[in-house]
Design a protein around this ligand. Structure first.
Ligand code: PLP
Length: 155
């Protein structure tokens, strides 16, 4: 998956100016963004929020930027590693509204979709944030979902 993501960064999102990372995140993401030379914003999630990105923390981090509407790519992980958090459908729907408002591209790392704890229902962000037409034309308003053979096979 690292290779896919790096290639995605290098060849597909040349017009992205800022990459938004949600911490804690998979360890290589920050270095991968550094390699692309893009600016990054790190949004730190908290225990109180269940280690989840909230619409409020996302909007607040974006609004703090000099140009909130400049092209942004968000790397979003659901279910999470290391915290194991799983976003509910309602949480994803609310986040999607903010992604849409700021015209963000989202790379949704869903490699643990087959490995949730308990019987938690996993829902893909793409259910609430997808627009194939816009993706094809502008590479905006859309979700890219990444999987990894290694983790798919380990379930
Ligand atoms: C959330 C998450 N994303 C990405 C990866 C990396 O996947 P790969 O080793 O296929 O690059 C891992 C590996 O454990 C992971 O936990």
């Amino acid at each position: 998956m690292k290779t896919v993501l790096l290639e995605y960064f290098c060849y597909t999102v040349l017009n992205v100016i800022v990459v938004v990372l949600v911490a804690p995140a998979w360890v290589t993401y920050h270095s991968q963004v550094t390699l692309t030379g893009k600016k990054s914003i790190v949004i730190q999630t908290t225990y109180e929020d269940g280690w989840k990105l909230t619409p409020h923390s996302l909007a607040q981090a974006v609004e703090r930027q000099a140009q909130p509407y400049e092209n942004k790519l968000v790397i979003f992980t659901n279910p999470g590693n290391p915290s194991g958090q799983v976003y509910t459908a309602e949480e994803l729907r609310e986040l999607a509204e903010v992604f849409r408002k700021y015209k963000m591209i989202v790379v949704s790392d869903e490699i643990y979709s087959y490995s949730t704890y308990d019987d938690t229902d996993y829902v893909s962000l793409s259910k609430y944030f997808n627009n194939h037409e816009a993706c094809a034309e502008y590479m905006k308003h859309c979700t890219r979902i990444l999987h990894a053979v290694s983790l798919f096979c380990s379930r």
